[in-house]
Design a protein around this ligand. Structure first.
Ligand code: ADP
Ligand code: MG
Length: 391
């Protein structure tokens, strides 16, 4: 279902409460990675151009319902101010009389960033009075925090029932790309899944199996599939509880499922470990699988060639350690070089891996929502999306 957008509203002179995702990493009181703040700029700039008065709100970290200076959003206000070259006022709280006064005093084109929503337990509890406090600051609500849309919190869901509630541009972009891939993918449609555990991704595998032409599985989760086929995986990450499930999924997928045929193994979990490339039927008891091997890379790359849609979630190996990053980076390269495919990356670690590969700008869409993109790909309704008005 299409959601209403900022374009559908008259924003001139309006006070607009914008839920952004400024949950950024900090280092000594400074923003050490401003990707999420940059991702909100199209929405912020549009609202300024339209003559709105902006009241931005976000959570940062897990302050557990208590004010705590290390989780202050002040560094985010400073960074945003540098990026848009305008002052960004910082509120000392997100609710209360002083904040109401600051919000009321905003002039057209001015911005106020509220302090961390999670300094109040009522935020995560989606408490009614807290929702009314937030809604009372503004006349319009814009949600641009796709990364928090899988949570039914006051700022992501509750407040949307009290104001005209529309999607920001980042939210819209996420819904368009992920929505199309899920509901109506151009075919051939290939999904690549990896990462640590099968159990984290059962819902995604099951949902994608109803539409994919091919499913490539690598990373730690492949071990459980290999073991289910009767192979020995040594000291590799393995989910014994998921062996039955792996067998069932394999049956469902039939010959659409491609698993590793060779792997990079190591004698310990360490960047300095001894490594070897072996076939999947030759993993010694004391060794562990930490990446896919070159034959697997070649086969995965070949099976991607005519794809029109690719969804990728989960690294092919322990890419954080350089000796085990080759599989993940090779898949990123293969996606970057596909001539006519829409390529979509979901998952926090996958997005980080693609950034590290230096090929991020060659992907069609890298989702900013880790958990949210996974739940979306499972076909779940996200509360923060459901709460927005339909177009
Ligand atoms: P995402 O955040 O993209 O959804 P996950 O969180 O599921 O991805 O998985 C990412 C993690 O999986 C990475 O930290 C990576 O090191 C780990 N991983 C990948 N392959 C293996 C493997 N063979 N053994 C152990 N861990 C692995
Ligand atoms: Mg992860």
């Amino acid at each position: 279902m299409q959601k209403k957008s900022m374009r559908d509203l008259d924003l001139d002179g309006k006070r607009v409460l914008v839920r952004v995702d400024f949950n950024v990493p900090l280092d000594n009181g400074r923003v050490s990675d401003d990707t999420r703040i940059r991702a909100a700029l199209p929405t912020v700039n549009y609202l300024i151009e339209r003559g709105a008065r902006l009241i931005l709100c976000s959570h940062l970290g897990r302050p557990k319902g208590r004010p705590s200076p290390v989780y202050s959003l002040r560094p985010a206000a400073e960074r945003l101010s540098q990026l848009i070259r305008r002052p960004v006022r910082m509120a000392a709280d997100c609710v209360g009389p002083a904040v109401r006064e600051q919000a009321a005093a905003l002039q057209t084109g001015q911005l106020l960033l509220l302090e961390n929503l999670r300094f109040h337990p009522q935020e995560e509890a989606n408490e009614a009075a807290f929702c009314r406090e937030l809604a009372g600051l503004a006349e319009v609500y814009v949600n641009d925090a796709f990364g928090s849309a899988h949570r039914a919190h006051a700022s992501t869901a509750g407040v949307a029932a009290l104001l005209p509630a529309v999607a920001g541009f980042l939210m819209e972009r996420e819904l368009n790309f992920l929505g199309k891939a899920l509901a109506d993918p151009d075919q051939p449609f290939v999904a690549i899944l990896g990462g640590a555990k099968v159990s984290d991704k059962i819902g995604v595998i099951e949902r994608l199996l109803s539409t994919v032409d091919r499913l490539l599985i690598g990373g730690g989760m492949a071990n459980t599939f290999l073991k289910a086929q009767g192979r020995t995986v040594g000291q590799s990450l393995l989910e014994v509880d998921a062996l039955g499930l792996a067998r069932k999924l394999q049956q469902q997928a039939g010959d659409r499922l491609l698993l590793p045929e060779d792997v990079c193994i190591a004698d310990r979990f360490d960047a300095e470990a001894q490594t070897r490339i072996v076939g999947v039927d030759a993993v010694p008891d004391e060794w562990r699988i930490l990446d896919i091997g070159p034959q697997t890379i070649a086969r995965f790359t070949a099976s991607l060639q005519n794809a029109r849609t690719v969804v990728w979630n989960g690294p092919m190996g322990v890419f954080e350690l350089p000796p085990f990053a080759a599989g993940t980076f090779a898949v990123a390269r293969a996606l970057a070089e596909l001539p006519q495919a829409t390529t979509i990356i979901g998952g926090g670690d996958s997005a980080a891996a693609v950034e590290q590969s230096g090929l991020a700008d060659r992907m069609t869409h890298i989702s900013t929502g880790g958990g949210a993109s996974l739940e979306f790909l499972e076909g779940k309704q996200l509360p923060g999306v459901a709460a927005l008005h339909d177009a």
